[in-house]
Design a protein around this ligand. Structure first.
Ligand code: GDG
Length: 733
């Protein structure tokens, strides 16, 4: 096919269902939704769909036959999931834990260890199948809450894979999400992706805040660094195939349905609701609102019919059976109370309708009442608008549906507010056609622009390799070829200066600074570098001298502590304090202010060093920490104006220090010495290292560790483990 790489779409269910009937196996393709959206993608690239075919099959011959047909006719690869784990994974963990919790029904969620195990086991079955069919360069697009562990499982086996994940349901606030006993595992599972997509900005924000609060991972413009990888988090609100609804409205079949409907409802207004029968959809609450409307507005009796289509769902689950009973009863009660000969207020259908009939209902409805208590997006709202291309009709939409973020011109309601919904109904039923069009046409224009095809293309585009943002001084990422050049330069030189930062460069950040001690491998590497007579190795750190002494005192390197305030050369018995013009006693004056911030910010702490005082807030509640840091900086700025003190903000730390102390000035002690170095390497990760990069002579290898951002360094390396492997190559491993 085309030059684009193959796309493997992975979801719990295939877009085609295999059903066993008396006449043998039948294949029912699922219309609409994802299946349609990916039609146009199919035209541009090879694509296969991997998922459960909706049937358990034991007979090998039958399996082969299903496999053959699905691949040939539906470009689908069926995955026969082990029945022993299936219910625990599907009804259990997916629909009994994640579904209610993520829809803000924690009281409905249960937490069962064996369901969680089955969930992981089934995700691993998906992984195994992917490993069987994926080729290098293929794109993987994993869908939805049934498969949240899959990205990490695939990543472990295929570190170079391109993996996208899209969540179709809400991602809840971190306060809810943290109730899940396996919350960290789920987050790590998702972080195996390169791109994680959500319907709304709110869900993406919740996810990022869970990453920060539960895993301590920070984000920058939706990019999260985990280990050596960058994971992008972004918003892709799913659209509908507007053209399909417009076209359907013009067909004979739909027109006939419409005529029949009009015949039956005559001059009555139609209010329509369409949902899967699920507790998240707010069906009972909505019926109560309709009840309220009828009781408040007797003049609307006989003039309005509520057509309520409820699609059977998870019918084997007791909670869903109870819900069905509740809905049945509410409908019976309302019809009993208000119904008159010739007028049934609610027409209730509990079934799945063919597409034409559904479209006819959309077309006939004067009002669509879409009031889920929570919904990832809600396609019904969009489909209703698409079925009214002239812009007539009124959409009443719940503020807690993802769609509300895009469809702001609808009548937006709180799905729990009976009074408000009843008023919205009255407003909708009496709305002028010009107001209807003024509201709907802008929404329709948006739906046409960002339809389901654009949605899929947009997501897949986000998965393509990133073009570096056009920033000034973006560093060159040291790829294999670059590292080879560096190595060549290293090997062919004899007086080499290595200026190496410690935290964030040699070791990743730990939650507590004291936990970031060097491991055995690092110590061995450093000793080997120091032992090489051609090297001068300088560890140049912001750490206090005791820690540096304790951790690295024995390796024989030059040590620079506290950003240059203290220096110890190999063989020295003592550290040398670098002098500045700061008056004695400045710390005593500033200490009360800094201590005030420690008291006001739980989890933060004060560190005193020779020439500086640092307020650390890595362990504070993140938002409070950031706020307090800003306040502290402002406060300090006032106090230290016109003194030889400066304020520095590093990674989760605000530091006041004597000016004239810094890694730049410290580095100059070696650069300006009598030795002429023929190879200079400077590595660091944060703002305090920038001063060092700035004083590097031309020809030096200055390398920033971490994702690309503005820096005076010439090069960048992705993270501490990339740095570690560079060290290994330097010593010849
Ligand atoms: C999940 C998220 C998100 C319904 N009844 C009939 C019928 N339908 C079709 C509708 C619509 C679809 O089913 C329902 O889509 P929703 O978006 O409302 O809800 P979920 O199925 O829960 O989907 C949701 C969605 O994923 C996409 O990301 O929007 O928030 O929960 O397309 O037309 N179709 C036919 N007969 C019916 O009786 N033919």
């Amino acid at each position: 096919m085309g030059k684009d790489p193959k796309l493997i779409v992975v979801s719990n269910r295939l877009p085609v269902e295999v059903v066993r009937t008396e006449d043998g196996l039948k294949y029912h393709p699922a219309a609409g939704g994802l299946a349609t959206s990916l039609q146009s993608v199919r035209k541009q690239r090879d694509m296969v769909w991997l998922g459960w075919p909706g049937i358990h099959v034991w007979d090998d011959k039958e399996r082969k036959e299903i496999e053959r047909r699905l691949l040939k006719e539906y470009e689908s690869v069926p995955l026969f999931l082990p029945p022993s784990d299936f219910d625990l994974y599907y009804e259990g963990f997916s629909n009994g834990t994640i579904w209610p919790l993520f829809h803000y029904f924690p009281q409905n969620a249960h937490y069962e260890a064996r369901e969680w195990s089955a969930y992981k086991a089934i995700n691993a079955v998906f992984r195994d199948k992917i490993l069987e069919i994926a080729r290098p360069g293929d794109l993987l697009w994993i869908h939805d809450y049934h498969l949240m562990m899959l990205p990490e499982l695939v990543r472990e086996a295929l570190p170079e894979a391109k993996i996208g994940f899209f969540l179709h349901i809400p991602f809840p606030s971190s306060e809810l999400f943290r109730m899940l006993p396996w919350r960290e595992e789920i987050l790590r599972g998702l972080l195996g992706s390169d791109l994680i997509g959500f319907h709304s900005h709110g869900y993406a924000r919740h996810f990022l805040s869970s990453l920060l609060r539960l895993l301590g991972l920070e984000q920058e413009f939706g990019r999260v660094i985990t280990g050596d990888r960058v994971v992008k988090v972004d918003t892709f609100p799913i659209g509908v195939d507007v053209g399909r609804f417009e076209t359907a409205m013009g067909t004979k079949a739909v027109q006939k349905e419409l005529a029949d409907l009009e015949d039956q409802t005559r001059d009555r207004k139609i209010v329509l609701t369409v949902d899967r029968l699920d507790f998240t959809k707010g069906i009972v609450e909505r019926l109560e609102s309709f009840d309220h409307f009828l009781s408040e507005n007797p003049d609307w009796h006989r003039r309005v019919t509520l057509i309520s289509l409820a699609v059977p769902s998870r019918t084997g689950v007791p909670e869903y059976q109870a819900l069905k009973k509740e809905v049945d009863e509410a409908v019976g009660r309302i019809n009993g109370r208000y119904g008159r000969p010739g007028w049934v207020p609610i027409w209730y259908m509990y079934r799945f309708l063919p597409f034409d009939r559904l479209v006819a209902l959309y077309g006939a409805a004067d009002v669509a009442l879409v009031t889920p208590l929570r919904d990832g997006m809600n396609l019904v709202a969009k489909e209703y608008l698409a079925a009214h291309p002239d812009g007539t009709g009124v959409l009443i939409l719940s503020e807690t549906a993802g769609a509300a973020e895009e469809l702001g011109e609808a009548l937006i309601v709180n799905p729990h507010d009976t009074e408000q919904i009843s008023e919205a109904l009255l407003h909708a039923l009496t709305m002028s056609e010009s107001e209807q069009m003024a509201r709907n046409l802008p929404m329709l224009a948006r739906l046409r622009r960002y339809d389901v095809v654009r949605w899929a293309e947009d997501f897949l585009g986000g998965l393509e390799p990133e073009i570096a943002p056009a920033k000034q001084q973006v560093q060159v990422r040291l790829d294999e070829a670059g590292l080879e050049l560096l190595l060549e330069a290293y090997r062919s030189t004899n007086r080499r200066l290595l200026l190496l930062d410690y935290d964030g460069t040699m070791v990743p950040f730990a939650a507590r600074p004291e936990e970031a001690a060097p491991d055995e491998e690092l110590l061995t590497l450093l000793v080997r570098l120091v032992k090489d007579k051609k090297n001068t190795v300088v560890i140049i750190s912001g750490r206090d001298l005791e820690t540096l002494q304790d951790w690295l005192g024995e390796i024989g390197a030059d040590l620079v502590a506290e950003h240059g305030a203290q220096i110890r050369r190999p063989g020295d018995t003592k550290w040398t304090r670098q002098t500045t013009e700061a008056p004695d006693g400045w710390k005593g004056e500033l200490r009360p202010l800094l201590e005030l911030y420690v008291d006001r910010t739980p989890g933060s702490m004060l560190e005193e060093k020779t020439a500086s005082m640092a307020w650390h807030y890595r362990r504070a509640e993140p938002d409070l920490g950031d706020l307090r840091a800003k306040q502290l900086m402002e406060n300090l700025e006032g106090v230290i104006a016109n003194t030889p003190l400066v304020i520095m903000q590093g990674s989760k730390v605000v530091e006041v220090k004597e000016s004239g102390i810094g890694k730049g000035r410290a580095a100059l002690r070696w650069l300006d010495s009598d030795t002429i170095y023929d190879f200079i390497l400077a590595t660091g990760d944060d703002v305090t290292d920038e001063e060092m990069f700035e004083v590097m002579p031309d020809g030096a290898w200055s390398i920033r560790i971490g994702v690309d951002r503005r820096s005076a360094a010439k090069y960048s390396l992705r993270g501490t483990s990339a740095f570690r492997s560079m060290l290994r190559s330097l010593v010849g491993d």
